[in-house]
Design a protein around this ligand. Structure first.
Ligand code: NAP
Ligand code: ZN
Ligand code: ZN
Length: 348
């Protein structure tokens, strides 16, 4: 065991603050990672503030982790000290169910072990990336390609795979019209990935204030959802809509923007239920679906895709001491476009 510095929430209402936590000793199949960067996902805020009613404290958030391998267990074959690596939203799964066998560990039938706010199979609470180091089984560690900077690559581990997986599954590519709702952490990387896949990309944002940024990321079109004309102009337009919005909103009006056989895939997770009318779905054989991050194999595929297309996230680097301020700014959509914590600041 080793004691490391971290930042934790002690309850749903007080600010995150410094703490020390224990990391297990490196087991034969473990990789020990010195964390250099950790992205701030909106999920961190939902969980820290117990918005989904499943939070456990103390909670060290963070599941967009990049760093350098410092030590490997004796049976590890795929990693060695000095490797540039990443850890995403989960650190283990049952490995036996159909989902795990198909490389879809995120849908593990008995529930994967999340990187934080979860329990490992031995009952130990898991603690995430707002910390100096983490010890993870090698099968749940990713290689970060050399041309991707560790800071701007960190949010790929959650935001990147959360958009890559549905874009790939629902066939975004040449000839397909894709809309992304919300130009935040998930949305902005989704625009870049969908563009690189060859799709015609439209951003549906609350206002036009980020239009120039969206177009420079690869969007072909940009509309404000605060303008009712948008919903008239775009009726029946899209093959695929990815909805990244973290807040409760009327999904029905977006279903009207799908063409026949189109799908809206929900990845944002508001804390209340949203009523759906049958008509927008029935009229045109449309689908409303959801998608959760991605499996380990697909996450590596996404990292290699981003490497090949030179894609990384647009980030604002902050010291850990600014994390509470960053949360408040995310809630105001005031971030371009992902906060990434420089973990060297923990040593300060
Ligand atoms: P984020 O950076 O805060 O982005 C969310 C975006 O949604 C905002 O930038 C904003 O875009 C838009 N938005 C916010 N409030 C809105 C409102 N009231 N009405 C309409 N649009 C609004 O958050 P994120 O990190 O991308 O995460 C988004 C959601 O996805 C969260 O709920 C998170 O928990 C969830 N998530 C899910 C998965 C998964 O696997 N399914 C993975 C990661 C995160 P504009 O300013 O452009 O309007
Ligand atoms: Zn996340
Ligand atoms: Zn499983």
């Amino acid at each position: 065991m080793s004691t490391v510095k971290a930042y934790a929430a002690q309850n749903a209402t007080t600010p995150l603050d410094g703490i020390t936590i224990e990391r297990r000793s490196t087991k034969p199949h473990d990789v020990c990672i010195e964390i250099q960067y950790c992205g701030i996902c909106h999920t961190d805020i939902h969980l820290v503030r117990n918005e989904w009613g499943v939070s456990m404290y103390p909670m060290v958030p963070g599941h967009e982790i990049t760093g350098i391998v410092t030590e490997v267990g004796e049976d590890v074959t795929n990693f060695e000290p000095g490797d540039r690596v990443g850890v995403g939203c989960f650190v283990d799964s049952c490995r036996k169910c159909q989902e795990c066998l198909e490389g879809l560990e995120q849908y593990c039938a008995t529930g994967m072990v999340a990187t934080y706010n979860s329990k490992d199979y031995d009952g130990t609470p898991t603690m995430g990336g707002y910390s100096e180091k983490i010890v993870v089984n090698e099968d749940y560690v990713l290689h970060i390609p050399d041309n991707l900077p560790l800071d701007a690559a960190a949010p790929l581990l959650c935001a990147g795979i959360t958009l890559y997986s549905p874009l790939s599954h629902w066939g975004a590519g040449p000839g397909k019209k894709v809309a992304i709702i919300g130009l935040g952490g998930l949305g902005h990387i989704g625009v870049k990935i969908a563009h690189a896949m060859g799709a015609e990309v439209t951003v549906l944002s609350q206002s036009l204030s980020k239009k120039e940024d969206g177009l420079s990321m690869g969007a072909d079109h940009y509309y404000a959802t605060s303008d009712p004309q948008t919903f008239t102009d775009l009726q029946g337009k899209f093959d695929l809509i990815i909805n990244t919005v973290s807040a409760t909103m009327d999904w029905n009006q977006y279903l009207n923007l799908l063409r026949r056989d189109g799908a809206m895939v929900v990845v944002g997770i508001p804390d209340s239920n949203i009523p759906i009318a049958a008509f927008p779905l029935v009229m045109g054989r449309k689908s409303l679906a959801g998608s959760l991050i991605g499996g380990i194999k697909e996450t590596q595929e996404m990292l290699d895709f981003c490497s090949a297309h030179n894609i990384a996230c647009d980030i604002e680097i902050i010291p850990i001491q600014k994390v509470n301020e960053a949360y408040d700014r995310i809630l105001k959509s005031d971030v371009k476009y992902r906060f990434v914590i420089d973990m060297a600041s923990l040593k300060a």
